[in-house]
Ligand binder design. Structure first.
Ligand code: CA
Length: 241
């Protein structure tokens, strides 16, 4: 049914979109770039295909018949954790919809209508980010001089090391693994604390404050965690990226 056998050689991308024309355009673009592509038209099929094919990236339309793209994304996250990449397609660009998408754990967005160039660039960037995460494994750079040591669970810099509490460290790692990606407070609570806190998000703020304070030792005045007002936090991309 789907071209699954070649996925060891090249990334497999699953397209979930109920409009056949849009699906075809996306598929043709991705195939031109050498990716293996599978497609489906409903949320339920999408969940089944994600489970069986384990795609490297899922391109997910928000407006689907039956199960919405947001619900599909939420289920992918709860079943398969943070490892899977999801690019959401949306006709909605208002901030509230973006926040909703972030809550369910999408990695990036593309607002319809979009051009082929933009689609291809976003896909390339997402897959590259995924590879970087896998290959870096044991250390995450924070600056030219400082990095997170995942084995020892400390931040190291030229002048020594910075110790952190368990949650401070987990929070920093969660943000630093996805530079440029905005995480809502609720999302951080779910991922780092593993609980469905409702309405109490000061925990995240106080931890971010402590992490920033501790990083000042290693990074001087350089700030790496940005506050995104009305949304949450983001690890700053390295300059030049
Ligand atoms: Ca649609």
């Amino acid at each position: 049914m789907a071209p699954t056998l070649q996925r060891r050689d090249r990334p497999l991308i699953l397209i979930v979109e109920d409009e056949p024309q849009v699906r075809t355009i996306i598929r043709m673009n991705l195939e031109d770039d050498g990716y293996a592509v599978a497609e489906c038209a409903s949320g339920r099929d999408a969940l089944e295909q994600v489970r069986t094919l384990k795609p490297d990236l899922t391109i997910l339309d928000v407006m689907l018949p039956g199960l919405s793209g947001l619900e599909v994304c939420r289920q992918i996250r709860s079943e398969r954790g943070q490892g899977d990449l999801v690019l959401m397609l949306t006709a909605l660009s208002k901030e509230v919809d973006i926040v909703l998408g972030l809550e369910v754990g999408a990695d990036d967005y593309l607002t319809k209508p979009f051009g082929s160039k933009e689609l291809r660039a976003r896909v390339r960037a997402l897959l590259r980010r995924g590879q970087v995460i896998e290959s870096e494994e044991r250390r995450i750079p924070l600056s030219a001089q400082a990095y997170v040591d995942l084995d020892q669970r400390v931040v190291r810099y030229a002048g020594g090391e910075v110790a952190m509490t368990g949650k401070e460290f987990d929070l920093l790692v969660h943000l630093a693994r996805r530079p440029g990606r905005v995480f809502s407070r609720q999302e951080l609570l779910n991922s780092v604390w593993g609980m469905d806190f409702v309405g109490i998000d000061r925990t995240v703020d106080t931890h971010v404050t402590r992490v920033r304070k501790k990083l000042r030792l290693a990074l001087g005045n350089q700030e790496v965690i940005d506050t995104v007002h009305g949304v949450g936090y983001r690890f700053r991309r390295a300059s030049g990226e």
